[in-house]
Ligand binder design. Structure first.
Ligand code: XBP
Ligand code: MG
Length: 258
């Protein structure tokens, strides 16, 4: 295994717990604003999360709960309009500071940069959402902490397809062997592995029961020195929390199986 050179972070569920109290709320606000009586409960949203991409998720919901509407003329534009409204609501929510970064994320970013690791993002979410989340939590220069932000419709196929990770690798001009993906979901693990990347998973309320076969390590979070992380699957964590040394150790021991 060549020496680790870059970390590629997923966003939703990894950098921050954005789905239940962020995206889901914004979808419901957009539905209400459009005069629709659609309300995605925490449980229903968890089911819909198996489909990545907000526009794709709305379409999946319609196919399951309102199939007749899918046959209406102009439905594609209606979905695009609804999703644009949802993004507006979500960005507004992020700008209030309502969604913090998960424990250990900023610490790990600081340590990685200090250790010379390059940072990138590979996410299914809309680029404006990434900018708003990073600026709300890291200041106006937050997005500049990442050399590449590969997001949303920039690729034809969303996770679990590997496209977005391949796009990030190409943009950094790095082979997958020297990069590590940081993810939260089974769709994300499949996407990263499809691009040949080794993956470290930090679970959350929506993903903790998912199948993370193929991941290097699965933890309940990155942890902090005073808030130990718990390994759920894979090799031990050398200290109380995920740091660059642990990532380098895991990456070095991983047989590159792709
Ligand atoms: C998570 C997703 C996104 C968000 C909603 O992305 O699947 O679709 O749920 O964002 P990731 P949009 O875990 O790859 O960061 O409505 O902008 O798609
Ligand atoms: Mg995710």
């Amino acid at each position: 295994m060549q020496e680790l050179k870059a970390l590629i972070f997923d966003v939703d569920g990894t950098l921050a717990d954005t789905e239940r109290d962020g995206h889901r709320v914004a979808f419901n606000q957009a539905f209400a604003e459009a005069g629709l009586d659609w309300e995605w409960s925490v449980e229903r949203y968890g089911q819909l999360l198996r489909v990545t991409g907000g526009k794709e998720r709305i379409r999946q919901y319609l196919s399951e709960d309102h199939p007749d509407i899918l046959d209406e003329p102009g439905i594609d534009q209606s979905i695009r309009d609804l999703h644009a409204a949802k993004t507006r609501h979500y960005v507004a929510l992020l700008e209030t500071g309502a969604i913090p970064l998960r424990p250990g994320v900023e610490r790990l970013m600081d340590e990685a940069a200090a250790d010379g690791l390059r940072l990138a993002i590979a996410t299914t979410t809309t680029p404006a959402n990434v900018t708003a989340l990073l600026q709300a939590n890291l200041g106006d220069e937050g997005p500049e902490r990442f050399e590449v932000i590969a997001a949303g419709d920039v690729v034809p196929e969303k996770k679990p397809a590997p496209d977005i990770f391949r796009h990030a690798l190409e943009a950094m001009d790095l082979p997958h062997q020297v990069c590590l993906a940081l993810e939260d979901s089974d769709n994300g693990v499949r996407a990263a592995r499809g691009a040949g990347l080794n993956v470290v998973v930090t679970t959350n309320e929506y993903t903790r029961e998912q199948d993370f076969s193929g991941a290097l390590v699965v933890l309940d979070g990155f942890g902090e020195p005073d808030r130990p992380a718990k390994v759920l699957q894979g090799p031990d964590l050398p200290g109380p929390c995920v740091n660059v040394a642990a990532l380098r150790e895991w990456a070095a021991t991983a047989a590159d199986t792709r």
